[in-house]
Design a binder for this molecule. Structure first.
Ligand SMILES: [Mn+2]
Length: 239
């Protein structure tokens, strides 16, 4: 049996808690998949991005907060909006001085499908389907191609709209089923919508697993954060 990958949910700038959680999982022993939203909230958003980029054997998915940050970088009129969701000006300035990091961010995949049939994505919704243009293409590759295109062409708004809705799969299990069928996947693993448990939360008979356990001490969403400990956001993928 191959070693299951390590999944890392929303980090939101809390590099200290990320490092503490990762101490249990050497990068050489298994693949790591970051589910996006590494930035905003805590003071080390760009630091978290660079760490994830440079961690060996790792894949980083695009989160809606990375989209908002890139939007603010390109269009100064969006800075207020982005700061309203936890954006840190010093991080934006750091990103401004690092064009290779910008380029890397603009090429992040939105979706990843593992050979064993697990689909990984930041947001728990099927609105990514709005990015499917070429119906004949592999849907995972097509969403990723369109995400790259939109970020290259300054259409962050479309990506933002697709990635913003929260809790869609939890509220609408039939949409989850249809999405899994369309994406040829047996289950979906996501972040974006915080759960309150002490480990990643599986729901709808394990067809969805949420890894946003509120790792960051700095990002205050609608629910109390940080209660579940790091194991609520950083854990190997179950069989
Ligand atoms: Mn998010």
């Amino acid at each position: 049996m191959p070693v299951p990958p390590l999944i890392v949910g929303d980090v939101h700038g809390d590099l200290e808690r990320l490092f503490a959680a990762l101490r249990l999982y050497p990068a050489t022993e298994r693949r790591t998949v970051f589910l996006g939203d590494l930035v905003d909230g805590g003071p080390f958003g760009v630091g978290a991005l660079r760490y994830a980029r440079d961690r060996p054997n790792s894949t980083v998915l695009l989160g809606n907060h990375e989209v908002a940050m890139l939007w603010a970088l390109r269009d100064r009129q969006r800075i207020g909006f982005w700061m309203g969701m936890g954006g840190q000006l010093h991080d934006l300035q750091e990103l401004e001085r690092d064009p290779p990091l910008q380029e890397w961010m603009r090429r992040l995949p939105a979706l990843l499908r593992l050979d064993e049939g697990t689909l990984l994505q930041h947001s728990d919704n099927d609105n990514y389907a709005a990015l499917l243009e070429d119906q004949a293409a592999d849907p995972v590759e097509e969403v990723n191609r369109m995400a790259r295109t939109l970020l290259a062409e300054g259409r962050e708004d479309l990506l933002w709209d697709a990635m913003s809705p929260v809790g869609v799969f939890r509220r609408q299990p039939r949409r989850l089923d249809a999405w899994l069928e369309r994406m040829n996947a047996r289950r979906v693993v996501h972040g974006h919508s915080p759960h309150r448990g002490r480990q990643p939360e599986a729901y709808h008979d394990g067809k969805a697993i949420c890894y946003d356990g509120g790792l960051s001490r700095y990002y205050s969403g609608r629910r109390l954060r940080g209660r579940g400990g790091a194991g609520a956001s950083v854990a190997p993928l179950p069989d």
